[in-house]
Design a protein around this ligand. Sequence first.
Ligand SMILES: NC(=O)c1ccc[n+]([C@@H]2O[C@H](COP(=O)([O-])OP(=O)(O)OC[C@H]3O[C@@H](n4cnc5c(N)ncnc54)[C@H](O)[C@@H]3O)[C@@H](O)[C@H]2O)c1
Length: 327
Amino acid sequence: MAKAFENMRVVSGSGILEVVPLLKDYKDIFVVADAAVQAQIAPLLEAIKPKASLTLRGGEAVKSLSTVEDIAGWLMASGAGRDAFMLIVGGGTISDVSAFAASIYKRGIKFGIVPTTLLAQVDAAIGGKNAVDFDGVKNVLGTFCPPEFTFICPTFLETLPRKEFLCGATELLKTLIISGQGYDDAVAHLKAGVCPLGLITDAARFKAALVEQDPYDNGARRALNLGHTYGHAIEAVSGLSHGEAVAIGIIMAAQLAEKLGKAEKGFAAMLEADFAAIGLPTKCPVEVGQLEEFVRQDKKAAGGVVRFILPVGIGQIEEYDLRIAKK
Ligand SMILES: NC(=O)c1ccc[n+]([C@@H]2O[C@H](COP(=O)([O-])OP(=O)(O)OC[C@H]3O[C@@H](n4cnc5c(N)ncnc54)[C@H](O)[C@@H]3O)[C@@H](O)[C@H]2O)c1
C-alpha cells in the first residue's frame, strides 16, 4: 500500500491553465470546486470541458457524510465509471471531503488537487489524508490515499481573506521552523502580507518528503504536530481559529523547550516577535491550567504522557514526553 505514496507530485505554475497538461492522461474528468473560486476557474473549465462539475461551499460544515453522499450521487448520475478522474479545486475542507469521496467511490478513483488557500497549499492538499467530521468529532472517518498531483497556483491567494491567509501562514512557518529552510525569508514576506510561490512549494515539498518517509503517520510525519498539542487545546477552549491557536502553541512549545534547557534563552521571544509582526496572536488567552485537561485528552497522549514536538532552534526539533499529573 505504501508504494502509492512514492514520489508525491507537487507541481506549481503561475496560472490555472498550467494544470491542463497534467490532465492529458484522463478522459472523463469530474470537477469539484469551492464556490469561492468559481469565477477564477471559468477558463479552466472552458479549456478542459469536464464531463460534469459540482460546486460546494467551503468551510468545516462541508466535511460531512451527507456531502460524501451528495458527491457520490452526483458522480453516479453523471455516469462516472472506475476510470473517472476527479479534479478538486478548493481549500482544505473541500479537498478533505472530496478526496475522501474519490477514495471510496467504486473502491477508489484517481484524483488531483488544486489547493486554493495557503493552508491547503502547504498542508491539507499534501499527504493523502482525507476525512470528514462525524458525530461532532473532527476527521474521524477517513482514508489514506494520495492524489495523483497537487498543483499550486499562487493567483488564488489574491482573493483569500486575511484571516485565512494568516491561518496558512502559521502552517507555513511551522514547516519552515522544522525544515530550517527559508524561515527568515518567510517572516520578511509575511510581514508584508505576501508569500512567494517558492516558499510555498518548498514547504509543500518538505511535507511531501516527510509523508513519503512515513505515509501512515507513525514516525517522521509526527514532526508536523509542532504547535498542535497546545494549539488544539487553545482552539477548543478559546474559540480562536486553528491557525491562531497553533501560532500560540508553537510559541508555548518554544517556551517549554527553553524551560527544559533544550532551546537557547531568547528563542521563544524571537519567535514571538516575528509572529506578532506578521499579525499572529502570541499570548495564550486562557490560564495554562485550563489547557491541561485538553492536552491530557490529546489523541497523542497515552497514560498521562503527552508527546510534544519541541522547537529547539530553527531547523531543530526534538520529541519530548511530558507527564501531566491527573487532577
Ligand atoms: N488532510 C490534511 O492532511 C489536512 C491538513 C491540515 C488541515 N486539514 C483540514 O483543512 C481544513 C481547513 O482548510 P482551509 O484552511 O483551507 O479552510 P477552508 O477550506 O474552510 O477555506 C477557508 C475559507 O476560504 C474560502 N476560500 C477558499 N479558497 C479561497 C480563495 N482562493 N479566495 C477566497 N476564498 C477562498 C473557503 O470557501 C472558506 O470559506 C480543516 O478542515 C482541516 O481539518 C487537512
